[in-house]
Write a protein that binds this ligand. Structure first.
Ligand code: ADP
Ligand code: MG
Length: 292
């Protein structure tokens, strides 16, 4: 059967905008004490905006933006969308060959005959590009302001810093408060940098933050929490959340998220809103008493 065919909306669930895959999916809900929340697209809108482009000394801002946007045209990542949208002013973008996604770190490809690398500062350093002090400082300052900073570079050097920002969904703070009221401990999980993660966590009232986690490691984080004896619900939306959603005792996917995330989950939240996750957990708890 297709995953969609497996979706069973109970009457009350359908009303609340929660699709349940099957009653056995709810079995573990009674024990859940921890709710792991993905940051981008779950706690935040995931619709990022390009706020700032800082060229390194001797570089042209327009050229930095042109090469960055050309490369990001091949990516679906929220950072990529922000860069491409923010580069409308530079006009037509050159084609990219040999495009590759470096999971959780950035992207690479050839533009105008140059091998361009864009992503977390860690990615450029790992590939032996020199990161000049002015750019490193610009990135740290942007992160201190709660922004996500990525670097773009070619020919052995980082050439520019791009700062993007996301927004917390208006209901996320109230949702976290209600999760706590249900006796659940919220944990923020993200591949983004620790400073940004802490600022989002503070904004919504979360104390426990696990940041700079590569997509393949998210599942290990959930497993580690389980090994500590915690029963974990996970809420996520991305391809990079799928394995963790499947590993969790209860997986909840944002309906606006990717198909892979939805397929890996027990519950799908039709509303693009974290309050739906609270309703779903409440519903799952109360449904347990009535089924079978
Ligand atoms: P999250 O857990 O918040 O969904 P990801 O694991 O998708 O984050 O990405 C982690 C970080 O890797 C991003 O914050 C960004 O710095 C970098 N990154 C990943 N993909 C891209 C991309 N296409 N362009 C720029 N940066 C990227
Ligand atoms: Mg996400």
């Amino acid at each position: 059967a297709t995953p969609t065919a497996l979706l069973v909306g109970t009457g009350r669930g359908a009303q609340l905008g929660v699709l349940i895959k099957g009653p056995e999916a709810l079995e573990s809900t009674r024990r859940v004490d921890t709710v792991v929340l993905d940051k981008t697209g779950t706690v935040t809108t995931g619709r990022m905006t390009l706020l700032d482009v800082t060229p390194a000394a001797g570089e042209q801002r327009a050229e930095v933006l042109r090469l960055a946007a050309a490369l990001e045209s091949g990516s679906e990542h929220p950072v990529a969308r922000a860069v491409v949208t923010g580069a409308a002013e530079v006009g037509d973008l050159p084609p990219v060959t040999g495009f590759a996604n470096v999971e959780g770190l950035g992207v690479t490809g050839t533009v105008d005959g140059r091998q361009v690398l864009l992503g977390r500062p860690r990615l450029l350093r790992e590939r032996d590009l020199v990161v000049p002090d002015d750019l490193a400082r610009a990135a740290t300052d942007a992160e201190a302001a709660g922004r996500t900073a990525v670097l773009v570079g070619w020919d052995g050097r980082a050439r520019g810093m791009l700062a993007v920002a996301d927004q917390v969904k208006p209901t996320s703070r109230e949702a976290v408060r209600r999760l706590r009221a249900l006796g659940l401990t919220p944990v923020l999980l993200t591949g983004d940098n620790t400073t940004v993660a802490r600022s989002v966590a503070a904004e919504v009232g979360i104390d426990e933050v696990i940041a700079e986690v590569l997509p393949a490691e998210k599942v290990d984080v959930v497993a580690r929490l389980q090994a500590e004896g915690r029963a974990v619900a996970m809420v996520g939306d991305g391809v990079n959340d799928a394995a963790a959603l499947a590993q969790a005792d209860l997986g909840l996917a944002m309906g606006t998220g990717t198909d892979v995330a939805i397929e890996a989950s027990d519950l799908t939240l039709v509303r693009d809103d974290l309050l739906a996750a609270v309703d779903a957990i409440r519903l799952a708890r109360s449904t347990l008493g009535t089924i079978k």
